[in-house]
Design a protein around this ligand. Structure first.
Ligand code: FE2
Ligand code: FE2
Length: 260
């Protein structure tokens, strides 16, 4: 089995690159399930029902999210009716939607997907991701050995620690949130594929997907500036994980595609 994981999709340009590349990548690598982080898919901040429909049409089976999940106000009301989106799992149980779920790959296998938020340098938004992972992974492993975790976090140390903590219990722990891909893709000794950050689907002529000028102005002068989304020179970052019949990863490969 192969899993395709796509990094944070930023705005319209990001969605266009997903539409342009995901169907071909699925065919090229023979991927059975595609998971993508959609927290920045709507105008660079948050998620809408329409964006999710667009991403589903491009072959994304499951969308994960992160700290920006509630940035689009109407999404709070829509999330409960959408089966393909996961909010972070380690938040107050009163938040609408769900943080993990079981999905069926095109090969008929059941795959568990879990969305977790980190705590280090993340403004105290989340409960302990390690405890949440323990609870959810134990529950999921009753049903399937194929489990993918999106750890949406700032600190590389926290992500690596979670990957090591779950080594042998899940198929892959893949990071998102920083929008910058890391070159540390590996398979840990007990068979869990890991990468600190998969990267983003956004402009390579940008700061994390935002136009250069206002970000440079804010950093250099300290004055407020409206951060607009960069819509050109879109680069897609994704990672493909190959999995054996026991849910152990046997290969992990970074994928890069340029739209224009
Ligand atoms: Fe993001
Ligand atoms: Fe984020």
């Amino acid at each position: 089995m192969r899993l395709l994981f796509v990094g944070d999709i930023v705005g319209k340009g990001g969605r266009e690159a997903v539409t342009a590349f995901v169907p071909a990548l699925r065919r090229e690598y023979g991927c059975d399930l595609c998971v993508a982080n959609a927290e920045n898919s709507a105008g660079g901040s948050g998620i809408t029902r329409r964006c999710l429909v667009e991403l589903s049409g491009a072959g994304v089976d499951v969308c994960t999210s992160g700290d920006h999940v509630w940035d689009q106000r109407e999404f709070v009301h829509d999330v409960g009716r959408l089966t393909q989106i996961l909010r972070p799992a380690n938040v107050h149980p009163g938040q609408p939607g769900r943080g993990y779920g079981l999905f069926t790959g095109s090969n008929g296998r059941t795959v568990g997907v879990i969305c977790l938020l980190g705590r280090t340098f993340m403004n105290g938004l989340a409960d302990c991701p390690f405890q949440a992972a323990d609870r959810i992974v134990t529950e999921m492993r009753q049903v399937t050995p194929f489990i993918l975790v999106d750890i949406h976090a700032e600190a590389t140390s926290e992500k690596i620690a979670l990957g090591r903590y779950l080594d042998g219990r899940v198929t892959a722990v893949l990071g998102t949130h920083t929008h910058v891909p890391t070159a540390d893709e590996t398979i840990f000794p007990n068979g869990t594929a890991f990468q600190c950050d998969v990267g983003m689907v956004g402009s390579r002529e940008s700061v994390l997907g935002r136009d250069l000028a206002p970000v440079l102005q804010r950093f250099s002068t300290g004055m407020p500036a409206r951060f607009t989304v960069a819509d050109h020179h879109i680069r897609l970052h994704a990672t493909v994980v190959t999995v054996n019949d026991y849910g152990r990863a046997t290969a992990i490969e970074r994928v890069v595609r340029d739209l224009d």
